[in-house]
Design a protein around this ligand. Structure first.
Ligand code: GLV
Length: 309
């Protein structure tokens, strides 16, 4: 049994080194370096190209190198006898929490505005917002979203969450389904999207949806670029319906140089760094999944192909 590593926009060599240290007797090949890779039963994978997984006839397990698996289901038809597993790592939860907190505080205290004023040496005070009067609404209360929502509540924010089913999280008002959606959006000051990207959630952040927010709400998208209809965002900001956005994910990544988001005063752009899989902390679960596959045991963090997460 062997392992192949197939990555786009992630370094395959560090993964090979980390895996080989833990599995010294296992054949591990990087796609593009060795034809042997195509014999593998276990594929460590990030953003495969369209149809590329057809080239691996022996594949049993596809291990995503991130929390998300949309990059696998979007580009490849996965036969039912192949299992797809993802990374669930406490570091991803904490890192996402730190990023969303930073983006929220940045907005509450107008730092992007002051950065622009500083360029012009302009001394103009703005009325700031506070934690206790701000409602943060988290879309997606899975492992990461649930943790993020709970931490915001612990800090004293008013917190709501929206997901497929009602969740019990301390300090978080839980909403579920389409019926609850208007109610959820109505009271939101900062909307944070951490949903998985599926057929049901693609394009969810569109004009009709975002118009249900109170005027002047703020958007943070750390889910996937495919959640946001990008062309809808600028008119909503220009009209004052949204006061701005922090975006970490985009329809096309890297964000094309001529994209208007780069230079918009009310949009903060970061290059998909909100929470990055840390090899040292994630390698053990990849090794464990490989060993479980060899022994024919149940896998860790298996994804439902039907649900897509
Ligand atoms: C990052 O985007 C991930 O899916 O882990």
């Amino acid at each position: 049994m062997s392992i192949a590593i197939l990555t786009n926009h992630k370094d395959p060599k560090s993964w090979k080194k980390a895996l080989q240290e833990k599995l010294p007797n296992v054949q591990i090949d990087i796609v593009g370096e060795s034809e042997m890779a195509f014999n593998a039963e276990f594929l460590v994978c990030w953003k495969p190209e369209k149809g590329q997984l057809k080239d691996f006839p022996n594949l049993k397990v596809i291990q995503s190198l991130g929390a998300g698996v949309d990059h696998i289901f979007d580009t490849n038809l996965i036969p039912t006898n192949r299992k797809v597993v993802r990374i669930v790592d406490p570091n991803l939860m904490v890192d996402m929490w730190e990023y969303t907190l930073a983006a929220t505080m940045n907005y509450l205290k107008d730092f992007p505005i002051y950065a622009q004023q500083q360029n012009k040496k302009a001394w103009i005070q703005h009325k700031y917002k506070t934690i206790s009067t701000t409602t943060v609404s988290v879309m997606g209360l899975g492992k990461i979203g649930g943790y993020v929502a709970e931490q915001f509540a612990k800090l004293g924010f008013k917190v709501q969450g929206w997901s497929n089913s009602i969740k019990t999280i301390k300090g978080v008002k839980s909403f579920a389904g389409q019926l609850d959606l208007s109610l959820f959006l109505k009271n939101t000051d900062v909307l944070i999207n951490i949903l998985p990207l599926t057929a049901n959630t693609t394009g969810i952040l569109n004009t009709t949806f975002l118009e249900k927010l109170p005027r002047g709400a703020y958007l943070i998208n750390v889910g996937r670029g495919g959640h946001l209809i990008e062309a809808d965002l600028l008119p909503l900001i220009e009209a004052g319906q949204l006061s701005g956005a922090t975006l970490d994910v985009f329809q096309e990544e890297p964000l094309p140089k001529n994209h208007p988001f780069w230079i918009h005063a009310k949009i903060v752009v970061t290059p998909h760094i909100a929470s990055l899989t840390n090899i040292e902390s994630a390698v053990n679960q990849v090794v464990e999944n490989y060993q479980r596959m060899v022994k024919g045991e149940g896998l860790l963090n298996e994804v439902s192909p039907k649900k897509g997460y």
